[in-house]
Design a protein around this ligand. Structure first.
Ligand code: SAH
Length: 278
């Protein structure tokens, strides 16, 4: 079983109000071998209360990165998992802490991972949850299902550490160890969703005045597939050509062999040639 590479796994705390929770979360992370902490608009940080609760994990706090938005926090990640106590109106691919750990341990060498935790009072909002590929729910009593933030970080981090030590999966070959392309990052996915929405509006498939849950469903669909960078280039190329045709439909011009398409085709050719040589 590959050991955890902590540089590839970020714990992201969104809008935390109590600095003590940030310190306790940092300590839980360090206990379990994690070290990358990203804070999205913390209410009070740096803070003496956080440092006091971090104990021997002060270095995790010192190296913590503070950002303005969750998009920024997860921009370079290929796997994003949001911790949530509640199930949502639109069901999302759901993991338990063990399967969450399995995904992270198997994938984190190939794709940067973000484990996202919400506000103490209201958790993660729908937009934030929809940035995630999976949600992880810690089983708990229905009478009191919501854990303290740092306790939730501990459970998820503990499962990760346990899974990394567990021999059972040692013989499995993780998909990301043999896949030929990296997954698209969150940032690339955001550009894609913006492009997809623009094209769906242009072809009158999507009415922004009456959006229903179309974009959420698209996010869920592509989140389940988790397209790689080559597939992303192809999809972006298809969308660009649709836009070109919309603009030029009266003139019946040939579509330009634009740089993007050529680059994609070159990449596909190179890829095929490389495979023939193997
Ligand atoms: N009252 C909030 C919960 C806030 S607890 C709500 O109803 O959503 C703070 C954070 O800890 C949550 O956003 C979530 O990331 C994590 N958390 C708490 N309990 C959890 C559980 N049972 N499963 C998964 N994550 C949990």
């Amino acid at each position: 079983m590959p050991a955890l590479d902590p540089s590839q796994i970020a714990v992201v705390l969104v809008n935390t109000s109590h600095p003590g929770n940030i310190g306790a979360a940092a300590r839980a992370m360090k206990n379990m071998g994690l070290s990358r902490l990203i804070l999205v608009q913390p209410e009070d940080f740096p803070s003496g209360a956080a440092t006091a609760r971090a104990a021997a994990a002060v270095n995790v706090l010192e190296n913590a990165v503070v950002v303005d938005t969750l998009e920024e926090a997860v921009a370079d990640c290929g796997l994003i998992i949001g911790a949530s106590a509640r199930s949502r109106k639109l069901p999302w691919p759901m993991l338990n802490p063990e399967s969450c750990a399995n995904h992270v341990v198997r994938e984190h060498k190939a794709n940067k991972v973000a484990l996202v935790f919400g506000r103490e009072d209201s958790g993660l909002n729908n937009e934030e949850l929809q940035l995630c590929h999976y949600h992880v729910q810690i089983p708990s009593s229905p009478e009191c299902s919501s854990l303290n933030l740092a306790a939730a970080v501990m459970v998820i981090s503990y499962e990760l550490a346990k899974c990394a030590l567990n021999d059972e999966t040692a013989g499995d070959v993780a998909e990301d160890e043999f896949w030929d392309q990296e997954r698209a990052t969150a940032e690339e996915n955001e550009h894609f969703f913006t492009h997809l929405e623009r094209v769906m509006i242009a072809i009158r498939f999507h009415d922004p005045e009456n959006p229903r849950q179309l974009m959420q469903r698209m996010r869920r669909l592509f989140g389940r597939i988790r397209i790689d960078v080559m597939e992303m280039n192809i999809l972006r190329g298809v969308l660009s050509n649709i836009e070109w045709h919309i603009k030029n439909r009266e003139e019946r011009k040939q579509p330009p062999r634009g740089a993007t398409i050529e680059q994609i085709e070159d990449a596909l050719d190179r890829d095929t040639a490389a495979r023939k040589q193997d």
